[in-house]
Design a protein around this ligand. Sequence first.
Ligand code: DC
Length: 261
Amino acid sequence: MPIVNFRKTDFLPAQEQGSALQKKLVITVDGPAASGKGTLAKKLAERLGYAYLDTGALYRAVAMATLEIGGDPNYFQDVQPALDIIKRNLTPELLASAALRTPEVSDAASKVAAIPEVRQALLDYQREFAENPPGLVGGAVLDGRDIGTVVCPDADIKFFITASVEERAKRRYTELSERHDDVTFERVLGDLKARDLRDATRAVAPTLAAEDAYILDTTGLNPSETLEEAIAVIRSRFLSETNDNALAAAKPPAPAQKTAL
Ligand code: DC
């Protein structure tokens, strides 16, 4: 698994940036809860003019609908009717809804996400999004847990975002305490640890860095710094590809084989 050491010399000069980023890419951003992957993926999509899909919101939407109909998110027979409703009503508005972000829905989402039938049912939607992103954009950024490993194993660039669990709990606590009075840091930390464990140890598509993912530790980095690191990775990747191609093109042709007369 490559760990990237960022070097300033990897950055492309400004005049080359446009052409390097002209290629329409599928970019995957995986990582644990509150690692900063969603913020990074959204900002990358904005910067590149790409479509963005928060795949966690798909599981959250199914979880919320399950709770609304009084189902238990641990059992597929309870989740299935909610899944059917959500598959017919997947809108950008629903996926961006604040109602999907409550602690109850977060907990239920990690339970429905452990059910193989639910994952399978959401797979086609995610792959279709990556292959034919909506709008006139061309490229796509998807964030989640298994995007680089299962949903888009052939993606052009894969990131795996990490941060210490304490740092992630601090971020999530700050975000939640703006909207809810009854939230405590200890509860947020405990919930995150439980979700991490469930997401990382489930039998199907656990949270995992792809072999070819760039690992980006965002502990101590703010969102803009994280974005710049990721852009630097994309540029350096294209720089080395460009160099490889240029080298290949510059190579003299192999000498013709001498054949015996
Ligand atoms: O990224 P998030 O916290 O919004 O994700 C909500 C839940 O969905 C989380 O517990 C893990 C799960 N999930 C998943 O299993 N696979 C994905 N591609 C995205 C999210």
